[in-house]
Ligand binder design. Structure first.
Ligand code: SF4
Length: 705
């Protein structure tokens, strides 16, 4: 047998790059380095260092190879029996809301679909949430408020076609490297293209910026309030678009005039010079081909949704949407944060982009699933879910492919919750993570290169992740484990999928069910798909309704939105500062983010020596003036203390953070050192609309050790 080369998708960030993997004919030979897929429209053959190092992460000494119950290896049958018996018992004794799934933007759309179907249609609870809540939930609500649907209007090509790119709360150079490379290339080709970075920190992304606005943390919305009122003052509003395609403009403009009446007040609120804000305004006024590109710096905020709508308001007012090189573009962090939300993988969603509040949707989904126990209202979002676990309301939680003991805010609370929970089920590839350490039942899961299914990237592009290598030990696909539990709960026929393509086809059929092609998310074209067609699926952007197999490159080109009257909605915004304010007790503002070569809690990237070389220790960036004042030297140990916890990190003296601010990457786990987990410091403060935690902002004190 000769070596085979297969196209698949990178498992890391939301860019969703196509990857080519050659599997040698003999299992004893190592998989050679992977290459970029030249035909994939996300990356056209490029890969960043994380993507190109994927082959070095395929062999791990720490794979979870067998099911484990209470510390003992057991058979799959025995583990699945334990899980289903306990779920049955708690649902009988305490009702369906005593059960919860906590899922992940790393799992595939098909895994999400069956978890959502089991919980919301058959067990009868909407307690299905995901670590995507930590990533893009505010962007989802922002889009819904404005457009009536969670719909990303733009595509990656628009980033190359725009004349002005405003990057807000994003260090794309490190977090979305291939998109950043495309932007760098576009700017080289068209030197008149301008890039503005709005970020309290000076990051690697600023290397290509014509202008960097180092705003006071949390003041993003005021920048866009000012741009809105300035657009009106300078007569660049698209009045035809506002009249024909929107509602609520005047009230929104009045609010912008009230909160940012002039350049001086806006600049003062944002902590930037009048000159730099004026420079941004002039760039904004000079072209209508502008993209606002925003990410976690906007979303991870107690007013993240408002920030998103402040950005969207500016695009609606100037008609900069549904056109080449224009639009408000939220970039997702994870490989499948978008795919999860397509199938209802958030607690406030139902399925197929329908919410519990969507008129008629609950009955429609019930009819489609033939569901015996439909949930009727929103479930608990991530932070609330773990609080309900601690309060004893949720008694069984099934955590899949994520490490909340490191990633959720206030990890001490997460520990208390999991210690109290009657049954913690953890599905993971790895045997030893901070969260598997808390599991009563561990289920060995297949990982990237073994799993088969689909993911959706930040530009709505559905791509295949393909299984290339055999599953090690007794590892099984997540969708299979969920279906086996469902069957044991008595739902055989609804969960009798023979292979993953049957799940995708059902999901496509639900998206188009009784909707006459009228729903915002419709991939009805795939509802009759054969296994061969699924295996050969090429990347395509949704919607893909019947009769439009090529998908949809750009949304809202006809100016029609998904609200009942088809008009987009302006949202009046009053910019809010973060909930926790600096005080004499907590004088430093603590910000979090990523390093270039690590991913999440390092369960995969930590296996690559090359990736670990870039940054091998957790650290805290501190401004030289603050370091001097506190007697802190470069690389010396410092203690950070917040109202909920502590961290002990090495100082990195840097001009990149402003005085009074400190920054740490998020990746290190308790396995490295309990004191290295920076989520220890983040209180459970979140946006009341999206439930997204304010992970970019905590108040701390800093001490030399
Ligand atoms: Fe993977 Fe993101 Fe790098 Fe592309 S940019 S190779 S998706 S990590």
């Amino acid at each position: 047998m000769s070596a085979t080369t297969t196209k698949t998708t990178c498992p890391y960030c939301g860019v969703g790059c196509g990857v080519k993997v050659t599997v040698p004919s003999s299992q004893s030979e190592p998989v050679p380095p992977v290459s970029g897929d030249i035909d994939h429209p996300a990356n056209f053959g490029r890969l960043c260092v994380k993507g190109s190092s994927l082959a070095s992460t395929l062999k791990s000494d720490d794979r979870l190879l067998t099911p484990i119950v209470d510390g003992k290896q057991v058979s799959w049958d025995s583990a699945l029996d334990s899980v289903s018996e306990k779920i049955s018992q708690v649902v009988k004794d305490h009702g369906p809301d005593a059960f919860a799934f906590y899922l992940s933007g790393q799992i595939l759309t098909e895994d999400y679909y069956v978890a959502n179907k089991l919980a919301k249609g058959f067990i009868g609870t909407a307690n299905v949430d995901t670590n995507s809540r930590l990533c893009m939930a505010s962007a989802v609500v922002g889009y819904k408020r404005a457009f009536g649907s969670d719909t990303v209007p733009c595509n990656y090509e628009d980033l190359e076609l725009c004349d002005l790119l405003i990057m807000i709360g994003s260090n794309a150079a490190w977090t979305h490297p291939i998109l950043f490379q495309r932007i760098v290339e576009a700017k080289k080709q068209r030197p008149n293209m301008k890039v503005v970075v709005i970020d309290p920190r000076e990051t690697a992304t600023c290397d290509i910026a014509d202008l960097h606005l180092a705003i006071t943390p949390g003041t993003d919305a005021a920048v866009f309030s000012y741009l809105l009122q300035r657009s009106a003052a300078e007569n660049i509003l698209d009045t035809d678009f506002i009249t024909e395609h929107t509602n609520g403009f005047q009230g929104t403009l009045d609010k912008a005039l009230e909160v940012t009446p002039d350049l001086s007040s806006a600049a003062e609120f944002c902590g930037v010079s009048e000159e730099s804000l004026e420079q941004l305004a002039r760039l904004w006024l000079a072209t209508d081909k502008s993209i606002s590109f925003y990410s976690q710096g906007v979303n991870q905020s107690s007013s993240g949704v408002d920030k998103c709508n402040a950005i969207i308001n500016c695009h609606l007012a100037t008609g900069r949407i549904g056109k080449e090189g224009a639009g408000p573009f939220s970039i997702t962090g994870q490989p499948n944060a978008m795919g999860g939300r397509e199938v209802g993988g958030l607690a406030n969603q139902l399925a197929a982009h329908m919410d519990f509040a969507t008129p008629g949707a609950q009955k429609l989904v019930q009819r489609f699933w033939q569901a015996p126990n439909m949930a009727t209202e929103n479930g608990l979002k991530a932070v609330d879910m773990f609080q309900a676990v601690e309060e004893g309301k949720i008694k069984v939680i099934w955590i899949m492919s994520t490490n909340p003991m490191v990633s959720l805010p206030d990890t001490a609370q997460v520990r208390r919750a999991l210690e109290k929970c009657e049954l913690v089920i953890v599905s993971d590839c790895k045997a030893h993570t901070d969260t598997t350490a808390m599991g009563d039942v561990l289920l060995p899961a297949t990982g990237w290169s073994e799993k088969d299914g689909t993911v959706t990237n930040s530009e709505r592009r559905i791509s295949r992740q393909r299984g290339l290598l055999p599953a090690p030990g007794e590892a099984q696909h997540d969708w299979w484990a969920i279906c086996e539990v469902a069957k044991r709960l008595g739902y055989q026929s609804a969960f009798s999928y023979r292979s993953v393509n049957e799940i995708f086809v059902e999901h496509a059929a639900l998206s188009a069910f009784e909707n006459n092609g009228k729903r915002d998310f419709d991939i009805g074209h795939f509802s009759q798909m054969s296994k061969e067609e699924y295996d050969a699926l090429v990347p395509v952007q949704w919607p893909v309704p019947k009769g439009r197999p090529e998908g949809t490159k750009r949304m809202f080109e006809d100016g029609r939105f998904f609200t009942p009257d088809k008009k987009a909605k302006f949202i009046p915004i009053t910019p809010q500062l973060p909930i926790n304010k600096a005080s004499s007790e907590w004088p430093f503002t603590f910000n979090t983010g990523r390093v270039r070569d690590q991913w999440h809690t390092m369960t995969r990237t930590g296996d690559s020596a090359l990736l670990t070389k870039h940054t091998d220790q957790p650290y805290v960036e501190i401004h030289p003036k603050d370091a001097k004042m506190l007697g802190i030297g470069d690389k010396s140990l410092v203690r950070l203390i917040s109202s909920v916890g502590e961290a002990l990190l090495k100082a990195k003296i840097s001009q990149g953070v402003a005085p009074g601010n400190v920054f740490s990457p998020i990746h290190w786990t308790q396995q490295f050192a309990n004191s290295a987990v920076v989520s220890n410091l983040i209180p459970q403060v979140f946006d009341p609309l999206s439930g997204q935690p304010e992970s970019k902002h905590a108040q701390v004190k800093v001490e030399a050790v």
